[in-house]
Each structure stands twice: as structure tokens, then as C-alpha cells.
Design a protein around this ligand. Sequence first.
Ligand code: ZN
Ligand code: ZN
Length: 1012
Amino acid sequence: MFLPVSSRVSFPEIEEKILKLWTARDIFKRSVENRSGRKRFTLYEGPPTANGRPGIHHVLSRVFKDVMPRYKTMKGYYAPRIGGWDTHGLPVELEVEKALGFKSKTDIERFGIAEFNKKCRESVFKYVEDWNRLTERVGYWVDLEHAYITMNNEYIETGWWVVKQLWDKGLVYQGHKVTPHCPRCGTSLSSHEVALGYEENTEDPSVYVKFKIEPAGMAGPLAAFTDKPFSLLAWTTTPWTLPANTALAVCGTAEYAVLDMGEEYLVLATERLEANGLHNAHQAGRVSGCHLVGLQYQPLFDPFDSGVPVYRLSPTGMTAAEPGEIFYPVIATDYVSMEDGTGIVHTAPAYGEVDYESGVKHGLYFIHHVDLQGKITGSYPGAGKFVKAADPLITRALKDRHLIQKDEKIHHTYPFCWRCATPLLYFAKQSWYIRTTARKADLIENNERINWYPEHIKRGRFGDWLQNNVDWAFSRERYWGTPVPVWRCDTCQASDCIGGVDELRSKPGFTGFPEPLDLHRPFVDEIAYDCQKCGGRMRRVTDVIDCWFDSGAMPVAQQHYPFDPDSRSIFEDGRFPADFICEGIDQTRGWFYSLHALSTLLFGQPCFKNVISLGLILDEKGEKMSKTRGNVVLPETVINKHGADAVRWYLLTASPAGNTRRFSEKLVGEVTRSFMSTLWNTYSFFVLYANIDNFRPGTQKHDLASELDRWILSELNQLIAEVTADLDAYDPVAAGRAIEAFVDYLSNWYVRRSRRRFWKSESDADKLSAYNTLYECLVKLSKLIAPFMPFLAEEIYQNLVAGNGTEKDDSVHLCDYPEAEMTSIDNVLSGSMRLAMKASSVGRAARAQAAIKVRQPLADAVIAGLSQTERSGLEKLADAIAEELNVKCLKFTSDADSLSADEYSTVSDGPVTVGINKRLTPELVDEGLVREITHRIQGLRKTAGFDIADTISTFFETDSVTERVMEAWGEYVAKETLSRDLVNGVPDDPGITAETFKLEGHAIKLGVKKTT
Ligand SMILES: [Zn+2]
Ligand SMILES: [Zn+2]
């Protein structure tokens, strides 16, 4: 016997029960260890930060990460999954700063780095309980007991080892470069971090500035324009950078127009006249860009009066500039755009990458009048204010001096800090770099060896990113992170990179080793040793490492490679590279990249073989979820209502992995109502009847006389083959959809067509075959869905298999994944059955068109438009179709036109036409009435709450016509409704459940009572 299964089901309740069962039987661990010694399947867990609560996008990636290792385990792979936590970096520091009410780095330093980092350490697991609970609740199987933690000394030590490897290969350098800088966080960002924070439609000033040329240098074709002021017009959206302007760049081969504006001449590219609304201005002449090159102009502000240091750039470095020099040249460069602006580019070497390069090349002045908090320094307009607040003040000062031609606003895309939403500023700064550009070809070539899902990411988003590779700015001027392991001599500036703790300890004159060991700031900053060159002291540079580097180093750092002896075999035993990783699409420039870059630079090979890049998750209306919009859907809410399986199934099948998807409680609810209920009802139907008939699985062989049984088993095996192929191709979406289609066949055709076989089969062998077939379908389905819906799969397996001792495994997750029996696949039969389903649905439409009730039997139906093969296939299934259409006989014709409209109601779908004979004989009318009565009695049985096997007495009171019909069809009615007797007259007995109906104009009172 199976445990009874209610058709009313609470999936969340079942899941809580299954969670207890898994814990009690230690199923996750056993599912892994059972396969030990087999080929490994390695998942790398992209580490989340537990200082914030998990959201629905975390559930999304966890679901996709879970399904593959579960599948591979059932396919026989050894698949330990190590969890991980990202614990360093700006995100953590920011939360602590917020809690302490800090506004800048000064606040932190006043508070003390040791205290601050202690707070950071405490905060990183603030929500770990929430994470663990949700991880368990969604059925994400991952080893959290042995999770790697990026702030552990061992993890940091491997990080140092990685830097040292790169250092030894000449791939680490400290550069003075213009980098994106967050003035609030006081640190540089790497280019992949910048990519995370672009905001569209940002309002900024759009200012056109006039730069007055010194007339002394105007010769050749320009000599004609010395009669009044001659100015070059340049455009900027960052007026705050204007005090740092030290050159104007033009395109040497472009043509420039000289406009006579009355009191002055204005110059801009001819190509840009119209865009700037100056095409109607009077043109005094045209000159080539090369004639402008070499001119000198008057600076907008004199830097030597401003109180900020002024430098001269050169290829060998920066030197202090002398007051009195005048050098503000017009230069020719290849970066002058004719897409926007005026064709004359304002150049400020401190605030732009190409500007800086020009500065070095042309020996320009370098003026940096903004501090690291983004405030204007010196005596410039807006001094002491944040640059964006200083913009209008600087513009105003220039306007007062008639140097502004136009002052407007524009809306454009601008980068913001991805953590704190402060606008980023481009600053020339010292920073540590990994020279990824030196291995660009390898990065691109190794990417070719990775399978991307969706595939277009490979050469699209990720490939483009690699093509446009820039060196990785991997240091941060911050506190809570892996320290940059570089020590520098305070006397001769010689530097060392340290690759491990023992190496550091072995240095001469070593002091300051922290007890207990803590490789964080400020302790590690205390460690010093003797310089081997000059006898000075080696002290650590103060920077820490970007947390993207930490997570990118996880393949080796999680094993404490190469320090732990066990770690040294990762390249041989399948722990490296990973078979599979999966995260959101935003990680193409984050974790996916940092893994790929470090692996390529360290080991010359890719770090992962297969990667699913998941699309964004939006709310029901397709809008981004955010706290401010108030449309955040909490995963717990939906799970508590519909269960984790429903959430998993929805996320896994609603749209292709790479697509943007919508999420809401309602959308998940639809999954429960459609797919899960269908499956559950089929399962509950089976258990109900199997228990009545005392069916015992596994004792009898299939008797495949039934076409239906052969067909559904063919479909089942086809499904197994398809799901296996899909999952092998990392496509759980296609696999899930195939399962859905099968469950629909199983429920809406196989079970529906087989109902009578379970109930009152003519032969025991046929009934047994039906039971065996449905049992096999359900058991194999439970295994097929196990990686997707681990709870429901377990529930069904426990009742149908484990509870009966039918198989040895006491959990579905310990089973092998089903193998397709190719000999059971009959494509011809499948084709015929699909055609039969189609013919039935077309036939039902024809009935509906004639407005004939479904229970009214009709004489015949005719099918037209079939090929000879199709027809002979359908002839074998004629009984099933006739029953579906409730007709006495099914006919075929090659000529659809032969069906007269008087006699037949016809509907076509493609080539297939079905005609339904509309003519009703008195006998058919009687039979229709009997079917309606039978249906009402069945309804009363349900109302009375009888079990389906209970026998009853049926009472009726009606007119003479119906009485005659009841007598003529009594035997049929009795058999269909399990009535021992049919009694004319409904006695006044409270034990009888009775109701009066009006059927085809006849009133009839019906009553039922259970017989004892
Ligand atoms: Zn920031
Ligand atoms: Zn030295």
C-alpha cells in the first residue's frame, strides 16, 4: 500500500517535511560521498557577501547552480560543492561607515584602522543566518561547513602567492595613470567596476568656452585675422576641469571655419557648424587644422596665482614648473571627435587618459586642483566645494570675463560608483596594475575554449570586453582587504613582492610579526625588515587589493594553494578548471573576468569550461526591483506561499537562462496551478486507484498489448533522451519545458484515455499493464525532475518507491538518473498519437461549433485530409478518437467536400478536417439524457463524500419520458455509478443526499445513499 495522497496539497508543508528527512538521513553528504572515486564534476561558487540580505537574484543563481551538480551526481559524477563568502572590500567598509556615520577616510583614520577593520570583520556575517536559511530552504546543496572565506589568513596568503607569481613574470607595476576615482570612497575603481555603474540620462552642464589666441604667433593664412580677437571654441561637460586646461587639441587634417562674430573671430570645425547652430554665421574664411597647430593661447586661469603646484610632464616623469613660463599650445591629436563638440578639444592632463598621454608627449603643464574628496583646492572659483557644485561658479566666473559662448544642459550617460552612487571623477593617480594587456591574445584565445550559455556572450559582451582590455587597476587606497604584498625601502625605494608568510618571516631584521597572526591592516603595516641593497628598512606600501581579485583567485585560494600539500593535485584531480560556473550577466566584467584573467596569467588556461550567464530579474511589470520603487519581491514570501520547488521551476523554465525575466508571487503561482498541480493530481490519481486495487509495483511484467501504454512509454523514453541531452548541453530550460510537455501528455491524454482501464477494465492483464505503465512513468519522472524540483521529486519517490522497498536507495537523490531505453521509442506511434490528439481537438471544436453538449453521443465523425500512412496509423486509434469525440463510429474520407453542411459540422486545422454528424436520432437523444443523469449521480456521490469504491442505492422521481429512459438504460446507469439498485421514488430519509435537476426540459429528483 502507498500512503494516501490528498488532492489538496500544500507544497511548502511537504518541503519542510522533506528538509527534515534530508537532514535526518544526511542525504546531501551521502549523495556526494556515494560517488567518491568517480570522475569529478567541479562547480565554483561565486562568493556572495553576507553583510546584506539575500535577494531574489541570489535565489536565481543558486537555483541554476544547483541543478547541474545534482544532475551530474545522479549521472555518477563525484561533485563536492564548496561554498564561499566574499568578505573584503569596499561594500563591507561602506556598510560599517554608514553604521558609524562616517563621511570620509579621515573619519576612519581618526577612529583607528584596527578598530575599523574589527568592525568590518564583525559585520561580514551579519546576515549569514538569513543566507544559510534561504540556501537550505531553496534546496541549494552546497558545503557551507567547509566554505572558503576570503578574509582568512590562508586565503590571503594564496592571494599574495598569486601577486608574487605575476610580479615575477613582470606583470605587476605601479603606474601614474588617469583612473576613475570615487571621491566619496577615496579610491580608484577598476574598469570592470566602472562598467557596473553607468547611469543614463544624467544631467550635466554643456559649456562652450572661448580660448583667446596670442596674435603674435598668427602667420600664413591666419595673418588676415589679426584685426580683432581670434578665439578657438571648445566644448566641455565638466567645467570644473577648466582650471587644469593646458592645451587645445585639433584634428590636423580637418577644415576649420573662421566666423566673423562682429567683435571677434570664432573658430570651430566646419563639420560641426550645423550641429552647433552656427551654419548661418558669417564665415570670414576657412583654414586647415594644421595651420592652428602650434598657436599659443591665453590660459583661462593663471595656475601660478592659484596656490596649487604646477608640474611639467615629460616621458621621463614630472617636474615642478617655473612661474613666468607660458606654454598653452594648440596640438594635433588623433582623438578629436567630429561626432560631438566643436572639433577642438579641451585638454586637461590630470583628468583624462588621452589628455595625460598628450601631456607626456607634448610636455604640457599638469595641474591637479581637486583633492581626493573631489573638492576644488587653491583659490579657484568654488574652492572648498565638490566639483559638481563648483561647476556653475567656474562657468559664471568665465562668463563674467566674456569667455563663454554658450551655457546649456545636456543629458548623457555618466559613470557612478557602483557601491555608493557618487559620480566618478577621472584623476591622474598612482595605482597598482596587473598588466593584463600583455596577455590579451591569450585572454582572447582561452575564451575560445569556454562554452558560454547563451553563446552570444562569448564573442559579444565578454569577447568585446577582452578585445578592449586595459590593465587591471587592482589596488585600492583603503583598509579592509588583502594587503598589497609589496614592501619598499624607506631609503633607496627598492621594492620586494612577498609571496607567503614564511618568506616574509625569513627576511633579515624582520620585526613586527603580529600574534596571533592577522594579515590585515594595520598589523601587517607594522612588519618591517632590512633592505638588502642599502640597509634601510623595508615597509609595506599601504594599499589593499580589490575584492574582485580575491574572488578571482578562489580556484587556488580556496585550497590554500600551493601551501597546503593536498592542494597541489588540483590540476590532476579535476578541481581545476571548473566544469561549471553560473552567475548573473553583470559578472561578465566582474567575477567571470577576474577568474579568466588570473587563470590565464597564472596558468595559461581557462578557469572554467562551461558558464551560464543569467539575465536580469525584474518585477511583474518588467521594472527593475529597488527599495526606492518599493517593488522588491522577497524570496521568503513567495517560497512560504508556493514552495521552493515552484520558485525553482519558474526560474528554471519561464525564460531562457540568458534572458531578462520577470518575477512575482503571481507568476510563480501560475506554475503551481498549471504544471505542479497537474503532476500532483496524476500522482494522487494513481495512488488512489492503486490502493483500491492493491497494486504492488515490480511484481508483474508489462503486457504491452495496449497502444496507449506503448505510446506513453515511448514518449517517456524520448523524454529521458531529450532531458539528458539538454542538461548535457547546460540547458535546464529546454529540459524543463520537455518535462512539462510530457506531464501534459501523461495527464491530459494517457490518464484521461486510461481512466476506464483503471476503473473497470475488462481484463485484469490490461488493468495491470496500465498500473505498471503509470507507475513507471511516475517513478522515472520523480528522478527526472529531482535536480529541478528536489522536494516534490523526493515526496513522490518516498511514497512510490522508498516506502515500499522497491529500490535500495532511500532518497531519490541517491538514485541514478534514468537512462533512455531506445528500443521503447516508437516514432511512428508517437506521430500517430499526436495526430489523434490533434484530430480530437479539431473534432471537439466542430462539436462546439454545432453547439452540441459534450455528453450527447452522436452517430459518427469523419476525418479528412490524411495521407495513407497517417490514416493507417489513426485507424489503430479509432476507438480512442471516437470516445474522445463521443461518437459511435469514426470514418475516414479523402474528400472533405463530400461532407454536406446539413449533416456535418466541420472544422479544419491545416490539412486535417473533422466533420461531426449533427443528426440526432431518438435513441441518441435518450442516451444523451442518460449520460446527463449519470453525470448528476456522480456529482451527488461527491457531494455526499463517498469514496470512489463505495456502492450506493440510487433513488429517482421524474416524468414518464425520463422514467422510460431510466428503465431502458438502468443497467448502464447502475454500472457507471456503482448503484446496487435504482429505486423509483425518493423517500423522505435524512440519510439520502438528494437534489432536483432540470435536464433537456425534464425535471428529475435524484438521491443517493451508501449501501452497507
Ligand atoms: Zn564610492
Ligand atoms: Zn634600500
